[in-house]
Design a protein around this ligand. Structure first.
Ligand SMILES: *Cc1c(COP(=O)(O)O)cnc(C)c1O
Length: 434
């Protein structure tokens, strides 16, 4: 049989790279089939190695809020690269970047740049522990904070998709310091705080969950966490790796008007280059080396290409807040039209949407947490996903991932997506009835 190029490349990749991929979320494990290999993209159109074009709803899992190959980002990277790709010494662009983050997110007095969201979250809990002198952390089942050992206990995203809520290689010693609460359930948090009195350093939460599909916080949930943290002298960490600079200029904090003590960033902040960041109140951030004793470092942290790309993208978002309005209008349009189509096909579904994040769960349940997210019909999603792919729509290859819209999506593209969804849902329904 003649292989297409993705099939050929995937065979080759598996010879040299574990599972053929450098991150499991790309592997198509939960939808089956061959991951598509891409070679270029512009705006919302992404082109694979066989020259097939797709409308992209992954956006590199979030960073591409202004579309692929956004000209100011490309130019910034090109310009910076001529002056060397790294110094391992301070540069002016790092100050500009930190000032801009502070301007967009007023409670981030101090910010430290790292190279990924994982690093940002690992560092943030170390800081919280150093600051409070306490040991345990509370996280939420189905939330994902990167692949740091402390977080791979009932984690979301790829870890959820692979059906391995925790990972071999994480020691019991580490696992015992991570306590799991239920998302949108303040009682479960309060109980853990009581049981571990005076020993919870931090609560880390995705303010809008995006790694078990998109699940918004119920009214009062984030406010309740804020109060509990104040009461128990626990550091509240918002993991805004996904939501930061996406749900508004100031991320989920601004959108819900609940302000954390520490915030972590990734994805959008790097404009598609590997960047993460953690920041917050000066009082807490002052424990970080070299001011304080909590060690945290990185040879390539604050890298000039990465900072230039991130600065170009954040500047555009800072100067054009109307982008958020447009994005939300587009996502609401998509949501309404999807609802109509889902209703016409008489399917059980629950649709969650916040800003430019949206997910369909194929379930009769109301989806508010990990347990209800898991009621989604994964077989149905599989068929739906592949039928969409055939029709030129590239969705996240998992029922437990949010779709990310870019402002380069046009209403024509959204209409094409709905048309494809109508056909794909019809086929998925027929197959399910067989
Ligand atoms: C993607 C993500 C991370 C991990 O970031 P990486 O850059 O992949 O290490 C952490 N937290 C959340 C909420 C994320 O969505």
């Amino acid at each position: 049989m003649l292989l297409n190029k993705s099939e050929f490349l995937f065979k080759q990749a598996q010879k040299f790279i574990p599972g053929g991929v450098n991150s499991p979320a790309r592997a198509f494990k939960s939808v089956g089939g061959i991951p598509v290999f891409f070679k270029k993209a512009k705006g919302s159109i992404i082109t694979d190695e066989d020259e097939n074009e797709y409308i992209d709803y992954v956006g590199s899992w979030g960073p591409m809020i202004l579309g692929h190959a956004y000209p100011p980002v490309i130019k910034a990277v090109q310009d910076a690269s001529f002056n060397s790709t790294s110094f391992g010494a301070p540069t002016e662009i790092e100050i500009k970047m930190a000032e801009l983050v502070r301007q967009m997110v007023p409670n981030v007095d101090r910010v430290r740049m790292v190279n990924s969201g994982t690093e940002a979250c690992m560092s943030a809990i170390r800081v919280a522990r150093g600051y409070t002198g306490k040991e345990k952390i509370i996280k939420f089942e189905g939330n994902y904070h990167g692949h740091g050992d402390s977080f791979l206990i009932k984690a979301g995203s790829g870890a959820l998709t692979l059906g391995k809520p925790s990972s071999p290689g994480v020691t019991e010693g580490t696992a015992k310091d991570t306590l799991n609460a239920n998302y949108n359930d303040l009682d479960s948090v309060e109980e853990l705080l009581k049981k571990n009195k005076d020993n919870v350093a931090a609560i880390i939460v995705e303010p809008v969950a995006g790694n078990m599909g998109c699940i918004p916080p119920q009214p009062g949930f984030l406010e309740g966490l804020r109060e509990l943290c104040d009461e128990h002298e626990t550091v509240l960490i918002f993991d805004e790796v996904m939501t930061g600079f996406r749900l508004s200029r100031g991320g989920a904090q601004e959108r819900y008007n609940v302000w954390a003590d520490l915030v972590t960033y990734g994805k959008i902040i790097g404009g598609g280059l590997p960047v993460g960041a953690f920041g917050g109140k000066k009082e807490i951030m002052d424990v970080v080396a070299p001011v304080g004793d909590v060690y945290q470092a990185g040879t390539l942290s604050g890298n000039p290409l990465a900072m230039s790309a991130g600065f170009a993208q954040l500047s555009a978002l800072d100067k054009h807040p109307e982008i958020y309005v447009e994005l939300e209008e587009k996502t609401e349009y998509l949501k309404k039209r999807l609802q109509t189509v889902l209703n016409e096909h008489e399917l059980d579904y629950y649709l969650n949407q916040v800003g430019s994040m949206i997910s369909i769960f194929f379930t009769p349940e109301v989806v508010t947490d990990f347990k209800t997210a898991n009621t989604t019909n994964q077989e149905f999603f599989k068929v739906f996903f592949h039928e969409m792919l055939k029709r030129g729509i590239y969705l996240p290859p998992s029922p437990f991932e949010s779709w990310f819209l870019s402002n380069t999506l046009t209403y024509d593209m959204l209409d094409d997506t709905i048309q494809a969804a109508d056909e794909a849902l019809g086929i998925a329904k027929l197959k399910a009835e067989k």
